[in-house]
Design a protein around this ligand. Structure first.
Ligand code: ADP
Ligand code: ZN
Ligand code: ZN
Length: 734
């Protein structure tokens, strides 16, 4: 967790033209600093202004970042080309970008790029045109041009960038077709994909506990508040009231959710409460939707934004509230490009703007709980499920005693429970958080294991797609006809279960049940998810077999039994948060049962029922479990009681990685309160063909790893394709 002392001071806003006439312009590229440009006569620039500048032969849009650094002779500088006629990037956004870059040690230009993720949003609206098919009489079309026409044949007029992207051609091809009259321009129809939420539309009558929490949040006092409440206790209803208060204050609200939790159900509830849809920010928006949303956030017309972690970097004109729902979710950690923890950065963003931040969860992260205990965060508790629905009873099934048959994974007692549930006319869920048919395929003749050619990972058989797939790099191949090592035919054996294999077992055990398999292979998008989840909710299926895709948010009133096939799955490997995450995932899956009038039961199949996390799940004593986890981490100086930074060194050339790692190891910092572990081969020692070695830097809480790293890495060069990735506050240890 970043602390307030890490806080970089924002620069003053106002005109920044220096006596020399140079300004620093930050470009949305992987650059560690702004570049100097001269300001033409008569142009007045301030921090945050969007400008175009020449860069080599290109023209690039960037942001005025401050005074020029003065490190280049004025006669060598080029002039700013134009000041764009759009609102400036707000001062807090600029400060936030600086802060994130400094904390994550990423190039500040790369952070700016996240904030400027929609370049054409800066084009003047009057230039916004869409292309439709023009006069094709007698035209002979190249393959590229034909693709453009094909796209437009089944689409309304499209803006140039969108058209080029869909047809997989360059912008130049589209432009030339316009000049040749093959395409004609029409004004782009602009309809915003969101409405104007009304704070005073009627909400539900809140319970006493809900009303108390909502009342506190509605004061909009700056600082962080945790809403700690079991699944179904009304956390969403409560934070909706904080949104209402923010709207009344004339400010914008941001709701961050893990992408998979942004469901049509959630949007419907929002619409029911506020009479309009919020602006959405996620990976499936069209280019036009992104443009309109980005611009509306900048000019303040988008009042409520709901989105995945990248929504944090939108250019809010007047942000008044941030909510992070399911704050414990590891999906808030971005693992590539700029590596950051969006929940933690949301807290920073809130702090910079002096606005409230609300974290909501049924199973808060240890970091957050510790922040509540030390008084850094406030907490509101919602102990009960709304409407008196009871929480499901959780029990373990000891697989050492209650053994499944050979090559099967459902214990006899779980089978009996499912039979009873189905006989009673209720629904059951079998949960296995592993995609595909089998995690490992080996040759019975020679023992050869099918491995990804690019990663240290087994290939996973997916019968649904009839392929072998690598879950780390996306490599896939058909099942080879014979063993690549000994050429035996028909000798492959599937080892262990994936959800597809579990479905096969379920079909054999419960042939009369209407079954549905829910995994990311079958749930291919939001529309499909909606229709499949509705089938479950409306009782068109009896037995659901699924991965964690079913664990989020969905409400199944007739589901009364959950069987977790392998509760130990997440506990292997050296992950600091393995037990904590298992607790969170198991609670979340358990929360699917008994949400209606009928009480639910949950069975966790495990080889280690006496483990603390299993005991805690059975007793429901989350707080004692977290206290014990916290003690462990305090004793070992692990986060949040100490700080971690991971360094991942990689190259296609194994010798180069080893040599560089040795060099870094020789220069490793030695001082009190700082430990360097490694270099050690990463668990994924090979990823996408790159050899990987890891260092782990561990510091006392009062020592910032960034400063240590800066000194350590000063002057280090990474030639060839050697790459060094810095991961501050790592969540993945792969
Ligand atoms: P959580 O976010 O804690 O899981 P939700 O806010 O989703 O809980 O509430 C669970 C269910 O209970 C939802 O269907 C919600 O509409 C309903 N609910 C919660 N509080 C109330 C209330 N005060 N009045 C009516 N329905 C409520
Ligand atoms: Zn073989
Ligand atoms: Zn791979």
């Amino acid at each position: 967790m970043p602390t307030e002392t890490d806080h970089a001071k924002g620069e003053e806003t106002g005109a920044v033209t220096q006596a020399s006439g140079a300004v620093g312009v930050l470009l949305p590229l992987a650059l560690f600093q702004a570049y100097d440009y001269l300001v033409p006569d008569g142009m007045v620039l301030a921090r945050g202004d969007f400008v175009t500048v020449p860069l080599g032969r290109r023209s690039v849009t960037g942001v005025v970042w401050g005074e020029g650094a003065g490190d280049v002779a004025p006669e060598k500088l080029k002039e700013v080309t134009a000041l764009l006629d759009v609102p400036a990037l707000p001062a807090i956004s600029c400060d936030f970008i600086d802060w994130v870059a400094q904390y994550t040690m990423a190039p500040v230009g790369a952070v700016l790029r996240m904030a400027m993720s929609v370049p054409d949003a800066l084009e003047p609206e009057r230039n916004l045109k869409a292309w439709q098919i023009g006069d094709l009489a007698g035209a002979k079309l190249t393959a590229a041009r034909q693709r453009v026409i094909d796209v437009l044949q089944s689409s309304p007029p499209l803006p140039p960038t969108e058209l080029a992207r869909l047809a997989a051609v360059s912008a130049g091809v589209v432009g030339e077709m316009g000049k040749a009259g093959l395409l004609t321009a029409v004004p782009l129809a602009l309809k915003r994909p969101f409405g104007a939420p009304d704070a005073d539309a009627a909400g539900p009558n809140l319970s006493a506990a809900q009303a108390k929490a909502a009342g506190e949040l509605s004061t909009l006092m700056p600082g962080v508040t945790l809403i700690d409440g079991v699944t179904g206790s009304g956390k969403t209803e409560v934070y909706f009231e904080a949104i209402a208060a923010t709207l009344r204050a004339g400010r914008q609200a941001l709701v961050m959710v893990p992408e998979i939790a942004l469901t049509p159900q959630w949007l419907k509830r929002f619409e029911a409460r506020f009479g309009a849809l919020p602006a959405q920010w996620h990976s499936e928006l069209t280019g036009l939707e992104r443009r309109l949303t980005w611009r509306s956030v900048l000019d303040g017309a988008a009042k409520v934004v709901v989105g995945a972690r990248s929504a944090l970097f939108l250019p809010y004109r007047h942000l008044g509230l941030i909510i992070v729902d399911e704050e414990h979710e590891s999906a808030f950690k971005q693992e590539d490009g700029v590596i950051y923890q969006a929940r933690d950065m949301a807290v920073v963003r809130g702090h910079l703007a002096k606005i409230p931040v609300v974290l909501a969860s049924a199973t808060p992260s240890l970091e957050t709980i510790v922040n509540v205990e030390t008084g850094r965060y406030r907490a509101a508790h919602l102990p009960d499920r709304h409407g008196g629905a009871t929480l499901p009873a959780i029990d373990t099934i000891d697989l050492r005693v209650d053994k499944p048959a050979r090559q099967s994974w459902i214990a006899p007692s779980l089978k009996a429970e499912i039979e009873q549930t189905l006989a009673d006319g209720n629904q059951a869920l079998l949960f296995l958080n592993r995609r595909g048919y089998a995690p490992l395929t080996l040759c019975r003749t020679c023992g050869h294991r099918l491995q990804c050619p690019r990663c240290t990972a087994w290939l996973v058989e997916h019968r649904f797609h009839q392929k072998l797939m690598c879950h780390h790099c996306g490599f896939d191949s058909p099942m080879p006809p014979s063993c690549p090592a000994c050429q035996s035919e028909g000798s492959f054996a599937a080892c262990g279960p994936g959800v597809e294999r579990l479905a096969e077992e379920a079909a054999a055990l419960f042939p009369d049940a209407r079954r549905l398999v829910l995994t990311s292979d079958t749930v291919t998008g939001p529309a499909k998810a909606e229709s499949l989840m509705r089938m479950v909710a409306e009782r068109e299926v009896d037995l659901v077999i699924g991965t964690q895709i079913i664990a989020k948010g969905h409400n199944f009133p007739h589901l009364t039994l959950v069987g977790v096939v392998d509760a130990d799955l997440g506990l292997h490997g050296g992950d600091l948060r393995a037990a904590e995450r298992t607790y969170q995932l198991m609670s979340q899956v358990a929360g699917r049962a008994g949400r209606g009038e009928k009480p639910g039961r949950v069975y966790l199949q495990t080889y280690d029922p006496d483990r603390a996390v299993m005991e805690a799940l059975k007793s429901g004593d989350r707080d004692s479990f977290l206290a014990a986890e916290a003690d462990d981490r305090r004793q070992s100086g692990m986060p949040p009681f100490g700080r971690l930074a991971a360094l991942i060194l990689s190259s296609r050339d194994q010798a180069a990685v080893n040599a560089k790692a040795q060099e870094l190891a020789r220069n490793a910092p030695h001082r009190d309160g700082v430990t360097v572990l490694g270099p050690a081969p990463a668990p994924l020692a090979l990823l996408r063909g790159r050899h990987r070695l890891r260092f782990l830097l561990k510091t006392r809480r009062d020592i910032a790893p960034q400063g240590i790293l800066k000194t350590w890495l000063r002057g280090q060069k990474f030639p060839g394709d050697l790459r060094l990735q810095i991961d501050i506050d790592p969540y993945s240890f792969m």
